[in-house]
Design a protein around this ligand. Structure first.
Ligand code: B12
Length: 206
């Protein structure tokens, strides 16, 4: 097994210490940071994403794998020169107004980061106006909206309406959200889980 495959395995197992050690080792051997990110860290998170989707692993395992991935990122990212940073795209994500649930949103954020996206997390209880302000500031290609309450889902609609004149694709998710609801409120995409959210983001930018 190559050292980068070993790194991917360590991400999958959630072994942050080992990921950090391998990151330091391969950097000292002169392997390019972008190669380490793509073939080690992201490769590992991709496997975790598929396993999560297939119910082979659950939320805690994904969180632990994401932590291991971040341990590697912390070592490698400072060494990427500005021109080398090849984020796949920018996703701005937040939980809509009135809603404080953020576990699912954080999971989606981590999977997107693991897949190579730059993610701006605007937090919870985010008003449509705040989303628009953040979009104007960060210029993402995709906005992700999360809602866990039937009473706050409606705020996805008002956020989408306010974002209408901005060149962004909107994807939505959260336990009560459905494809039917997404169609009704004019969202560009709906994902039932974090792994599908990554697939969708890839499709939206293709
Ligand atoms: C944890 C939890 C809380 C925690 C939240 C902690 C936190 N930091 O998030 C606390 C205790 C604070 C809380 C509070 C409340 N909660 Co609560 N909570 C839950 C609970 C148990 C789990 C939610 C969760 O984290 N699931 C795990 C994650 C991983 O799943 P997920 O969020 O669905 O996310 C996945 C997908 O949906 C998707 N996804 C999520 N977001 C996004 C975004 C995008 C862009 C995409 C593409 C995909 C995507 O990907 C994720 C990963 O696969 C649910 C019950 C349940 N089973 O859902 C109730 C639940 C959501 N809560 C409920 C209620 C009523 C409340 C309160 C009103 C309770 C009260 N009376 O005070 C308050 C409301 C507070 C507020 N204003 O938001 C109800 C909602 C009922 C309804 N139909 O609206 C539920 C369903 C419980 C119930 N059966 O009654 N809650």
């Amino acid at each position: 097994m190559s050292t980068l495959q070993e790194m991917a395995e360590a991400v999958i197992c959630g072994n942050a210490k080992k990921v950090k050690e391998i990151a330091e080792k391969v950097l000292s051997e002169g392997i390019a940071p972008q190669t380490i990110i793509n073939d080690g860290l992201i490769a590992g998170m991709n496997v975790v994403g598929v396993k999560f989707k297939n119910n082979e692993v659950y939320v805690p395992e994904v969180l632990i794998a994401a932590r291991a991935m971040h341990a590697g990122m912390d070592v490698v990212k400072p060494l990427l020169s500005a021109s080398e940073v090849q984020d796949k795209g920018i996703v701005l994500i937040g939980t809509v107004k009135g809603d404080l649930h953020d576990i699912g949103k954080n999971l989606v954020r981590m999977m997107l980061e693991g897949a190579g996206y730059k993610v701006i997390d605007v937090g919870v209880d985010v008003s449509p106006e705040k989303f628009v302000q953040a979009v104007e500031e960060h210029k993402p290609q995709i906005v992700g909206l999360s809602a866990l309450l039937t009473t706050t889902m409606v705020n996805m609609k008002s956020t989408i309406e306010l974002l209408e004149s901005h060149p962004v694709k909107v994807m939505i998710g959260g336990a009560p959200v459905t494809q039917k609801f997404a169609d009704e409120i004019g969202a560009d995409a709906y994902a039932p889980d974090a792994a599908t959210a990554v697939e969708l983001a890839d499709k939206l930018l293709a």
